[in-house]
Design a protein around this ligand. Structure first.
Ligand SMILES: *[C@@H]1O[C@H](CO)[C@@H](O)[C@H](O)[C@H]1NC(C)=O
Ligand SMILES: *[C@@H]1O[C@H](CO)[C@@H](O)[C@H](O)[C@H]1NC(C)=O
Ligand SMILES: *[C@@H]1O[C@H](CO)[C@@H](O)[C@H](O)[C@H]1NC(C)=O
Ligand SMILES: *[C@@H]1O[C@H](CO)[C@@H](O)[C@H](O)[C@H]1NC(C)=O
Ligand SMILES: *[C@@H]1O[C@H](CO)[C@@H](O)[C@H](O)[C@H]1NC(C)=O
Ligand SMILES: *[C@@H]1O[C@H](CO)[C@@H](O)[C@H](O)[C@H]1NC(C)=O
Length: 780
């Protein structure tokens, strides 16, 4: 090998320099800076925020409205993994609402020069999309950046404002977003964004996030009145507003600016005054696999739409922050920065120890330097080098997507106090190659489980300006959706476990819909079924076989589910077996249930009306669990037991409903000293009650560790499974009577089946037995 070409340069991809698809919001639809353009690539990546995403991502439109307190399954895909060993990852979900927030009608970036806007006021010029307002941006533009921050070996010379960051050293502008605010969370200056949730690989930071969130903590900034700020630009002066109280109080305007007000004020911006954000573990995704999480479904966060907000113009924001373990992003600070005059020597991030070099000097000689594109000598003594694709601006990088505007509306009276689930459509017209990194059509949540009596709010939207050659049925370029019931699965058999829905086998009525006269969807009326099929009213006659004449937007106001069952459905227009599949499922559960993601930070899941509540203290669970709490009536519980030929021998009579907690495995092995609390409402105030526990297959009942008082049993528990309270017998006579009743009810062959179908009869027998018990008791 000759000396001149002794280096073989080989790019080892650690992080690609080109953005190649990173976080995409699918429900609500993320814009990725798109606004109805018909081109495959978005028109302007700097339109309103810095996404760092691939230009092909995003949806053209996406405005829907949600009722206060309803559940919205926020779905996204992220590309570079989460909850995996290959990076540190945070997902930060926020929203904001304001009268001036708008999607606009142009893909041009909103100007900063008021002369370019209608009435000399860009904040009010509805031509341009606006999220944050101009004062947010101008504060950022003129404020000194946080000099304590790690900027690695990036060129920060004369880049001194909050718009210059390690990830955006040149301070490129996107809308009125502030780069420093974007790159860092929780931010130390005011931000209009209200925090919803932080999901992180490192929940030990949760207290910090929750404390520092502007939801609960006021923030400060050094401000001049707008009229004074406007002069900075006109005078082209290099004003640098201090970012701390001390300097702010000392600051005075340079002499060449004429102004009556010469000193800024250090102003407190109040907290948003809402609860601190949820903070929990992230879900697993593999890197370089933009797609689904474990189990094949997209990762999601079920957002309860805030009850205290009523607004027509809101935006949802998701940030995806990944950092490498090559340095500690959370402790590295400016003392690690490269010498500004010798940036090629790299940042002062120690690498020697980690790779077993005797000193940093020796590590440096071998090319182990924290800087852009280092060339490393891996094989000692061999003159062969490898070039690493390192970009310190992206070695720790935040991606982002934001929704189109949506509304949060007050509930009408008839919806007060009800549980409301949003059911929407994601995806856009085209095959997977044409739409990627967006997705093909699908319903969201694809697999929705509700309880009988819950409301489902079906609503979707789409665009008429998809690329005209994208595959799909109906008029070129258009999105349309409908919802039609499929037939039941062919082979259905209860497995007899506590999951009383049972195991089902075989396919649903595949690609032909169910005859409408034989069916109901969720118990809805035939009229609703017609509306869902033809998107009518909204369109009177016209071409409806492929819905071409219907609009892109559809809303069936919330409907009450009245009929338990599993409903598999499809969209007749878009479903095209072997090309595209648009099917979904709603399970209407006969019994009430609630679900909550609970991890190391603890949490609570409670059934309505206090029937049962599970509370988990911090540091009880060692990983995130999707906890589901369900209530069965006594007859349902008995039926489930009888299906596997099990019975609960202990105790006399039921003193509560059956409470079913899933998953079974809640406390990890080795955490035997940890417990959570399960509170079960009892049928009366009697203290003579024991709580029994069985795994979901009822294989063995045992007495739970419960404290009883005031009509409530408080169980110290470690397992998911089935819990039920039974009254204790103190008197032989009572036992006799109760056993007699139980014998009559249970032993008679076929009785359980009978009572399962006729629960009121069972209730009657039970009440008689209870009355018998009471009357005996009274006599004692
Ligand atoms: C940087 O971090 C080190 C320790 O990690 C600390 O001692 C030092 O005070 C920090 N410097 C700044 C400027 O924050
Ligand atoms: C991203 O992580 C870095 C640490 O690597 C942290 O300093 C920054 O605040 C985080 N930003 C966001 C938006 O989460
Ligand atoms: C959060 O705030 C609480 C209450 O003020 C305080 O006790 C705790 O130390 C703080 N934790 C962190 C990590 O900042
Ligand atoms: C969110 O809601 C969907 C739809 O009901 C459900 O399938 C999913 O399990 C829920 N996830 C959590 C963590 O509650
Ligand atoms: C189904 O989709 C394929 C691919 O887009 C298309 O060629 C075919 O015509 C579609 N089928 C019908 C009946 O429209
Ligand atoms: C469907 O409905 C028709 C007419 O109402 C009835 O004759 C038929 O038996 C039903 N089929 C099923 C499978 O229920």
């Amino acid at each position: 090998m000759n000396g001149v070409t002794s280096s073989i340069l080989c790019a080892v991809t650690i992080l690609l320099h080109l953005a190649d698809g990173d976080i995409y919001l699918h429900n609500p639809r993320g814009s990725n800076n798109r606004l109805d353009e018909s081109s495959r690539a978005r028109a302007n990546g700097n339109n309103i925020f810095d996404s760092q995403n691939n230009e092909r991502g995003g949806y053209n439109v996406g405005s829907l409205f949600y009722y206060q307190g309803s559940t919205l399954s926020v779905e996204w895909t992220n590309q570079h993994s989460c909850h995996d060993t290959n990076n540190h990852c945070e997902l930060v979900l926020q929203y904001m609402c304001h009268d001036n927030i708008r999607d606009g009608v142009s893909t041009q970036t909103i100007p900063t020069n008021p002369a370019l806007c209608a009435n000399y006021n860009c904040d009010l010029d509805r031509k341009y999309r606006m999220h944050e307002d101009s004062s947010h941006y101008f504060q950022c533009l003129y404020r000194q950046r946080n000099k304590g921050i790690f900027t690695a070996d990036q060129n920060m010379n004369n880049r001194e404002r909050a718009r210059n960051t390690r990830q955006n050293p040149a301070g490129t502008r996107r809308g009125y977003e502030c780069p420093e605010e974007r790159d860092y969370y929780p931010y130390w200056h005011p931000s209009p964004w209200v925090d919803i949730a932080v999901m992180t690989n490192d929940v030990s930071r949760c207290h910090y996030y929750r404390n520092e969130s502007q939801n609960v903590k006021s923030k400060w900034d050094c401000v001049f009145p707008k009229a004074v700020m406007d002069k900075f630009k006109v005078n082209r002066v290099n004003v640098q507003l201090p970012n701390n109280e001390e300097d702010c109080k000392k600051f005075e305007l340079p002499a060449k600016i004429k102004s009556d007000i010469r000193k800024p004020q250090w102003v407190e911006f109040p907290a948003h005054g809402v609860a601190a954000p949820d903070c929990r573990e992230t879900d697993f995704t593999r890197d370089n696999h933009l797609g689904n999480g474990i189990g094949g479904y997209p990762n999601m966060f079920n957002w309860t739409i805030p009850n205290n907000v009523e607004h027509e113009n809101c935006i949802l924001r998701i940030r995806y922050n990944i950092s490498t373990s090559d340095y500690d992003g959370w402790t590295a600070n400016s003392s690690f920065n490269a010498n500004p005059r010798r940036r090629n020597d790299g940042a002062k991030v120690p690498l020697a120890d980690r790779f077993g070099f005797e000193s940093e000097e020796i590590a440096k000689e071998r090319g182990y330097i924290f800087k852009n594109n280092p060339v490393v000598n891996v094989f000692d003594g061999l003159d062969l080098d490898l070039r690493l694709a390192v970009n310190t601006a992206q070695f720790g990088r935040t991606f982002q997507d934001r929704s189109h505007t949506f509304a949060i509306r007050k509930r009408p009276d008839w919806l007060q106090g009800q549980t409301v689930h949003n059911l929407n459509v994601r995806g856009k017209r085209g095959n997977i190659v044409q739409v990627y990194p967006a997705v093909e059509y699908d319903f969201v949540p694809n697999d929705l489980e509700v309880a009988v009596g819950d409301y489902v709010h079906m609503q979707w939207t789409g665009s008429n300006t998809n690329p005209r050659n994208n595959d799909g049925q109906g008029l070129a370029g258009t999105d349309r959706n409908n919802l039609i019931l499929l037939t039941a699965q062919k082979f259905a058999e209860g497995s007899g476990t506590a999951d009383y829905r049972g195991a089902k086998h075989g396919h649903y009525g595949t690609n032909y819909p169910m005859r409408a006269e034989n069916s109901t969807f969720l118990g809805l009326s035939q009229e609703d079924a017609l509306t869902l099929a033809f998107l009518d009213p909204g369109q009177f006659r016209g071409e409806v076989s492929e819905l071409d004449d219907a609009g892109t937007y559809f809303n069936l106001s919330p409907r009450k589910t009245t009929s338990a069952g599993t409903y598999q459905y499809m969209c007749t227009r878009n479903n095209n077996f072997s090309n595209r599949d648009q099917k979904g499922r709603v399970v209407v559960n006969a019994s009430p249930f609630k679900r909550e993601a609970i991890g190391q930070m603890g949490g609570e899941v409670a059934l309505d009306n206090g029937a049962a509540r599970m509370s988990v203290e911090e540091n009880t669970f060692s990983s995130l669990k999707n906890v589901r709490l369900e209530k069965w009536s006594v007859s349902e519980g008995e039926a489930a037991m009888s299906r596997v030929n099990r019975a609960l021998g202990a105790g006399d009579d039921y003193a509560s409903d059956f409470v079913v907690l899933q998953p079974e495995n809640l406390i990890e092995e080795g955490d035997d000293d940890k417990f959570f609390t399960l509170r079960i409402q009892l049928s009366d105030d009697s203290d003579d009650v024991d709580v029994y526990y069985a795994p979901s297959d009822f294989s063995a009942w045992s007495k739970a560790d419960a404290h009883v008082g005031g009509g409530v049993a408080t169980v110290r528990a470690q397992h998911g499974g089935v819990y039920v309270a039974r009254s204790k017998s103190n008197v032989g006579m009572i036992v006799g009577v109760v056993i007699a009743c139980v014998v009559v009810v249970v032993i008679v062959s076929g009785a359980v089946f009978y009572f399962r179908r006729n629960p009121t009869k069972w209730q009657a027998v039970k009440t008689n037995c209870r009355n018998a018990e009471r009357s005996m008791k009274n006599k004692v």
